[in-house]
Design a binder for this molecule. Structure first.
Ligand code: CUA
Length: 434
């Protein structure tokens, strides 16, 4: 792990900043600790009661203006410098980086899911090119998790029903741990992911081998949702306004609210306004929008935000994405034959092995070893033979047929794993017969 105490380049600019701040506070604290304790010991020895000495009267001191001023002033300056230095670093970490790529990170018991602007999705693996800033939009599907990259010295809570953000500055290529730093249930300790920072050239080459599973970018998915959900009945994209504010140019602006305060229309504001439209109504518009809680999932809202962002943003980037997608479509021509090896790799990258072992030992879920072809008892008392159909169903909708004795906690993967990957996983599970 790269840090300021070891030689070598820091993994991220935040690494050096936080380490320098830590060393500064640690160093100053150590200096005053040694000074105060040193004087204490020195005086205790120097002014100890001499053997045989009798009746020396202690001088009666009622105060010393100079001394008191000094011992109030110096610690105040020291503490204020801690605050100021800490504030400077904090401000830099929290300041939006221009041109950052938006990546949505969703946490779930017990994995991290990443959604890229082009519609790609990955589990427990965040791959980014070195040198380009990334804006992570963090959310949770269940309980509070915490997104922690020790090598970057960055940590941010992932809160259900709220977006939080984190800016990454991946300066150095390498693989870094991402850990969940908030106790979130039985498999909390296995909830980890990898941040893979690649050289820009290697990243571009790798990107070309990747297919977008949905075939549509996140913004395109959002556009379809905006049209389907009736948003355009009240919101124009641009030009003459309808009942609500225009959606084009609507992202990242400062707007005045009906209650006189103002707010920046960022991800969190848009999320809140879709789920709870009456909470923060823009001044001059009637509070008539219905809530979309229940009809638009958090994933849908993420896609809509990507769309709104693309409306107010750089058309250049969109064009670039179109180009990348054309390349992807060609790449998808040659399909790889399903192999157990690929399936094995998938169970690792998808996070299956966080809860399922392959050696027969019991974890959160049933072990994959000897699972295929076995008859298992279900929680509802029924019985089922573990065949291909059952495995497919259990990956898509795990809550449908839960094996007896295991908690009903696996997340849905319906529509998230391409068909060829699913077959590969099944081939792999079949090989784990004994
Ligand atoms: Cu998620 Cu701990």
């Amino acid at each position: 792990m790269a840090n300021a105490y070891a030689l070598g380049e820091a993994a991220s600019r935040t690494t050096g900043q936080v380490d320098a701040l830590f060393l500064f506070i640690g160093g100053v604290s150590l200096f005053f600790f040694l000074l105060v304790e040193g004087l204490l010991i020195y005086f205790a020895i120097k002014y100890r009661k001499q053997k045989g000495a009798e009746g020396v009267e202690t001088p009666d001191i009622r105060g010393n203006f100079l001394l008191e001023t000094v011992w109030i002033l110096i610690p105040s300056i020291v503490v204020a410098s801690f605050f100021y230095y800490g504030y400077i670093v904090f401000r830099d970490i929290r300041t939006p980086s221009p041109g950052a790529t938006d990546i949505h990170a969703v946490s779930r018991q017990w994995l991290f899911e990443f959604r890229y602007p082009d519609g790609r999705m990955s589990i427990n693996e965040l791959r980014v090119p070195a040198g380009s800033p990334v804006k992570l939009i963090l959310s949770s599907d269940d309980v509070i998790h915490s997104f922690y990259i020790p090598a970057y010295r960055l940590k941010q809570d992932m809160v259900p029903g709220q977006y939080t953000t984190l800016y990454l500055h991946p300066d150095k290529a390498g693989t870094y741990d991402i850990l969940c730093a908030e106790y979130c249930g039985v498999a909390h300790s296995t909830m980890r992911a990898e941040l893979i920072v690649m050289e820009p050239g290697a990243y571009a080459a790798w990107r070309e081998t990747q297919a977008a599973p949905a075939g549509r970018s996140l913004a395109e998915q959002g556009k379809a949702l905006v049209e389907k959900s009736g948003c355009l009945g009240c919101h124009a994209l641009e030009g003459k306004e309808k009942i609500g504010p225009n959606l084009g140019q609507g992202f990242g602006r400062k707007v005045l609210l009906a209650d006189g305060t103002s707010v920046t229309t960022d991800e969190e504001y848009l999320r809140e306004s879709i789920y709870d439209p009456k909470a923060k109504v823009v001044k001059g518009y009637p509070a008539v929008m219905p809530t979309f809680k229940g009809s638009l999932s958090p994933d849908d809202v993420g896609a809509i935000i990507a769309y709104l962002r693309s409306l107010s943003g750089d058309k250049e980037e969109d064009k670039k994405k179109e180009g990348e997608k054309a390349v992807e479509k060609e790449e998808r021509g040659g399909k790889e034959a399903p192999s157990a090896q690929k399936g094995k790799a998938l169970t690792e990258t998808l996070g299956c092995l966080g809860c399922h072992s392959v050696d027969g030992s019991g974890r959160v879920g049933p072990s994959f070893q000897g699972l295929f072809g076995r008859q298992v008892e279900l929680a509802d008392g029924g019985k089922v033979t573990v065949d291909e159909a059952y495995i497919r169903e259990s990956i898509a909708r795990p809550k449908a047929k839960v094996v007896k004795g295991f908690p009903d906690v696996m997340p849905d993967f319906e529509g998230k794993i391409p068909e060829e990957d699913l077959s590969a996983i099944i081939v792999y599970i079949k090989t784990l017969k004994h």
